[in-house]
Design a protein around this ligand. Structure first.
Ligand code: GSH
Length: 206
């Protein structure tokens, strides 16, 4: 039994999109939860098993899996051959895992530091900064057209996600902007966004 705890229009939207892209919506139950939102609406949901009541959380036979990179690794390993990741144990899988870990451990912190207008030599030394992140994306996309080469994968789905939400954060680089637009245009993403928008309406006061 696998259940995804999803707050519409949040980071868990990435995982609902992954379910669509992998064609496994019948294998994972999706439970809608509330979270506190930046605009002051929402609240921590007692039904949410995430230790900090964040979204997403995936529960698989009582095990709570958090962090999108880990959830993506778990689902793509559990349901191989669904087209969103290389086969586990291949060299390509190592590159795939690198993109997911780099996203969680480097790119998201770098973007958050910039958003919060934070800079410090320790941050720079630990994470580097936006120009190094841009160079890394550009180097992959020069080979492209996707991060892993000729196939769209869950690496593209995760890594493009902050740029899809925050257009201003997208580097002013044609190659990267084109890639973000191609990721944004995926039919699975558009379907999930439409469903999320409908769910958001149901939480608005009448
Ligand atoms: N690093 C986590 C971040 C999860 C996260 O921060 N989720 C936000 C939604 S976009 C949340 O649940 N916020 C509610 C809160 O901070 O209480 C991931 O990528 O899964």
């Amino acid at each position: 039994m696998i259940t995804l705890f999803h707050a519409p229009m949040s980071r868990s939207t990435t995982i609902v999109t992954l379910l669509e892209e992998m064609g496994i919506t019948d294998r994972v139950a999706v439970r809608i939860i509330d979270i506190p939102r930046m605009d002051g609406s929402g609240a921590p949901d007692p039904a949410n098993p995430h230790p900090e009541r964040k979204a997403p959380a995936l529960v698989h036979d009582g095990h709570v899996i958090t962090e999108r990179g880990a959830i993506i690794l778990h689902l793509t390993s559990l349901f191989p051959g669904t087209g969103m990741a290389p086969a586990v144990g291949t060299p390509e899988w190592g590159s795939f895992a690198t993109w997911l870990a780099w996203y969680q451990g480097v790119l998201e912190p770098v973007l958050i530091h910039r958003f919060a207008d934070l800079s410090h030599p320790v941050l720079e030394r630990t994470f580097r900064g936006p120009s190094e992140a841009t160079a890394r994306l550009r180097a992959a996309l020069e080979k492209g057209p996707w991060l892993m080469g000729d196939r769209y994968s869950a690496a593209d789905l995760l890594v493009h996600s902050p740029y899809a939400w925050f257009n201003d954060a997208t580097p002013d680089d044609g190659l990267i902007r084109d890639w973000v637009e191609r990721c944004k245009a995926r039919p699975a993403r558009l379907r999930v966004l439409e469903a999320d928008a409908a769910l958001m309406k149901t939480r608005e006061p009448a």
